[in-house]
Design a protein around this ligand. Structure first.
Ligand code: GDP
Ligand code: MG
Length: 745
């Protein structure tokens, strides 16, 4: 089977094109660096199937980032039958810079001139026939988003793949052209493949090449002794880069005719004037973030209930029937926000359906333990998790919209100024925000951070950005706190999200001044143009994010709810027993004292172990925590209650305080993430750093939740923590003064 590779700049639309050609649903994001690994698929719409590889986005074939090395080695070593170079027509110069480098490899190549829809909408024109003539490479206009031109593109690529292509370069007239020619001949004589490419990289003093051709590099060094340029001296890398850009602006740029001569601001520029404004940028971001949470979790939509003091359902004195229950999904003393309505509807649906299943089983004469297992164990656990699905989907949808419009990339940009102060570049924001969806892709995305320390730092803080699976914990526990204290649960959820971010910042500061000292790498990321998110793109996105979740519900969670039900209904003598004699209770009670400083340990009455057990089961998957509550709620003679109601019942039953509940959320949010994320962290961290990463999570979660509990219970303990913090900062400063960077081995 023939193999084609898609290569291009980050955000040029490679993955969109890949998805449309292969019919797959890889993650598309409107910011650079979403694809960090190559991905394969098959194009089946031609005469013969063709294998397609989506390479990570790169700006150049230099060996500086892992993406560049992956893409470069793939083209050089795996020798695809054709390289489809995607060029974002709205960013022509920068994209062609890469093109001029791929050209230098002996590989068939076609150019997909992408984003033609945007160009046409702006009224700009591009002469692709001339462009193709001048480059000596076929150019096909496409719009990956709308799928126009993509099959012509493949047709052309198939045609090209039938013939060999000899490498060409745009450096023929530059000052080091002769040197390149000589090195090329020398390498050719040594029988090296792709001599032109290697010759140019050698002249650029490319690290990888210098190591590979130690003898030939002498030619370059000798030449340097006789040559010096006014601007670049003997920095041939800069000289070559300059020559490439000059060639591009002279020969290719004039082929793109802009309607407004590039003088008028595009609407994207106008929007950026406000959204990335030095002063307004961050407040706008916070308002958007708050609206997002209000829409998802708000129990008093637009605060209508408060403003008009609306009556509750009880006040209205409605009959207790299904109609009232349905009404209660939308309104009870306040209009609920869309996210909450979805949650309530799903809850009503699951409890109704599960109720009928229970009745059905009873009428069939099922034994008590079967009823217990099915209703309390399985349905209770699964129901608890399932009812959150619509709400999670809704939140992810809102996040995806922000991401697809290109706004998230702006946030990375406006946050860079602040991030920098904390010792990290704004680029780290992208994996962090991905962490709100799922830690696994977020951790993989840290590969886009060039600096190793920065990468370690970011990876460690990703679990603090509460993922979709932790959302049920947040809503249910925050909801229970709301019931206990009469406050709006959504404000607590929002505060918890913010707290997670604060913990991340503090951890970064701490690590930056202790184990991970060093400079912040510069912010290099270009802002993609704003655009309307496509419906299909959003759906692909959403599905990408929720499929793991739904799969988990019916596999890991189903299996472990059964195990937990068993452990909580059977004693060590393998006989069914009361829950307080169960295996689960005894394990919980054994480790419970460890959690006393966190407010959910020994101070609770004999049922207090439920919180410990729930937190431990969270290590399997975070959804487990709430599933476990659903299962355990039956202890309090409450089967079939879910979410906040289940937690509230437990809070009353165990005597946990609201401060303890907050500490419980904090612990779950900051501790070791689920199995999947831990395995990813192991794969993505440097050797030897993984153990420390695990330890870091344990220490961080224990410390922060202890602080939360103590300070919220006894406000004066905050003085102790402030004093400790001051002492710590002072100690670190003193140590670092005596041990400047550099001196360390
Ligand atoms: P990659 O980083 O090269 O893989 O780029 P993606 O495929 O993730 O696309 C980046 C962004 O550009 C996404 O938001 C896409 O929806 C958008 N995009 C891709 N191709 C087109 C196109 O032809 N037209 C428009 N308007 N947007 C596109
Ligand atoms: Mg991609």
């Amino acid at each position: 089977m023939k193999k084609f590779a898609l290569a291009g700049n980050p955000n040029s639309g490679k993955t969109t094109l890949f998805n449309i050609l292969t019919g797959s649903s890889a993650h598309v994001g409107n910011w650079p660096g979403v694809t960090v690994d190559k991905r394969e698929g098959v194009y089946k719409k031609g005469k013969t199937p063709i294998s397609l590889v989506d390479l990570p986005g790169i700006y150049s074939l230099a060996p500086y980032t892992p993406e560049e090395v992956i893409s470069r080695n793939f083209i050089l070593e795996e020798k695809p039958d054709c390289v489809i170079n995607i060029v974002d027509a709205t960013n022509l110069e920068r994209n062609l810079y890469l093109t001029t480098q791929i050209m230098e490899i002996d590989v068939p190549m076609v150019i997909a001139l992408n984003m033609m829809d945007v160009l046409e909408k702006q009224g700009d024109k591009i002469d692709e026939v001339k462009l193709s003539e001048r480059l000596g490479i076929p150019v096909i206009k496409v719009s990956a988003l709308h799928g126009t031109g993509v099959h012509e593109l493949m047709q052309k690529a198939i045609e090209c793949s039938k013939e060999k292509r000899k490498a060409t370069t745009v450096l023929e007239n530059c000052d080091v052209a002769h040197l390149i020619g000589d090195v090329n001949i020398a390498l050719e004589a040594q029988g090296i493949e792709n001599p032109l490419f290697h010759a140019i990289k050698l002249v650029e003093n490319d690290e990888l090449e210098v190591k590979m051709h130690p003898t030939t590099i002498k030619m370059v060094d000798d030449f340097k002794n006789t040559f010096s340029d006014d601007t670049f001296g003997t920095d041939f890398e800069a000289l070559v880069a300059d020559a490439r850009y000059k060639h591009i602006t002279k020969n290719y740029s004039p082929l793109l005719v802009k309607k407004n001569n590039g003088l008028k601001l595009t609407s994207s520029d106008k929007a950026d004037k406000i959204l990335t404004n030095k002063w307004a940028g961050i407040p706008i971001f916070l308002v958007i973030l708050f609206s997002l949470f209000h829409l998802t979790f708000g129990e008093d939509f637009l605060f209508l209930g408060k403003i008009f003091s609306l009556p509750t359902i009880e006040d209205l004195g409605l009959a207790d029937n299904f109609g009232t229950a349905l009404l209660a999904c939308f309104y009870d003393g306040a209009v609920f926000s869309p996210g909450v309505i979805l949650f309530n509807l799903m809850g009503l649906l699951t409890s109704t359906v599960f109720g009928y299943i229970g009745l059905g089983l009873e009428s069939l004469g099922a034994s008590d333990w079967v009823l217990g297992l099915v209703c309390d164990g399985v349905l209770g656990g699964i129901g608890g998790v399932l009812s959150f699905v619509p709400q999670i989907v809704f939140l992810l949808l809102l996040l995806s919209i922000l991401e697809d419009t290109g706004y998230m990339a702006r946030v990375a940009f406006i946050l860079d100024r602040i991030f920098r102060k904390f010792g990290i570049s704004g680029r780290a924001f992208i994996p962090m925000i991905m962490g709100f969806g799922c830690s696994v892709p977020a951790m993989i995305n840290t590969r886009t951070l060039v600096d190793e320390k920065e990468r370690t730092l970011t990876l460690r803080t990703i679990p603090f950005f509460s993922c979709g699976a932790k959302l049920p914990i947040l809503t249910a526990v925050a909801g229970a706190i709301g019931m206990m204290t009469g406050r709006d649960g959504s404000i607590i959820s929002f505060a918890m999200y913010v707290l997670g971010m604060v913990v991340a910042v503090v951890s970064i500061l701490l690590m930056r001044s202790t184990t991970q000292r060093g400079e912040v790498s510069p912010f290099i990321m270009e802002l993609p143009a704003y655009h309307k998110p496509s419906f299909k793109g959003l759906m692909v996105h959403l599905w990408d994010k929720i499929k793991h979740y739904v799969k988990k519900v019916f596999t890991v969670i189903l299996a472990s709810t059964i195990v937990i039900w068993f452990l909580s209904n059977f004693g060590w003598n393998w006989q069914m027993c009361e829950i307080e004699q169960s295996i689960l209770a005894s394990i919980g009670q054994l480790i419970q004292p460890l959690f006393t400083p966190l407010g959910f340990g020994s101070q609770l009455n004999s049922y207090g172990w439920v919180f410990v057990v729930a937190a431990i089961t969270g290590l399997i998957a975070k959804e487990e925590v709430i599933a476990t509550f659903g299962t355990l709620a039956s202890i309090f003679a409450l089967s079939g209650v879910e979410g906040a109601a289940a937690v509230n019942a437990m809070a009353i039953g165990t005597g946990i305080t609201w401060a303890g509940l907050i500490a419980f959320i904090v612990f779950n949010m900051t501790t070791i993430p689920c199995f999947g994320a831990v395995a990813t962290a192991k794969g993505e961290t440097l050797k030897g750093k993984f153990r420390w990463t695990l330890l870091f999570w344990i220490v961080a979660s224990y410390t922060v939740s202890m602080m939360a509990y103590l300070v919220l219970s006894w406000w004066w303990t905050s003085f102790i923590f402030v004093a400790l913090a001051v002492a710590l900062i002072f100690g670190i400063k003193l140590y670092n003064k005596n041990h400047p960077i550099g001196e360390k081995k």
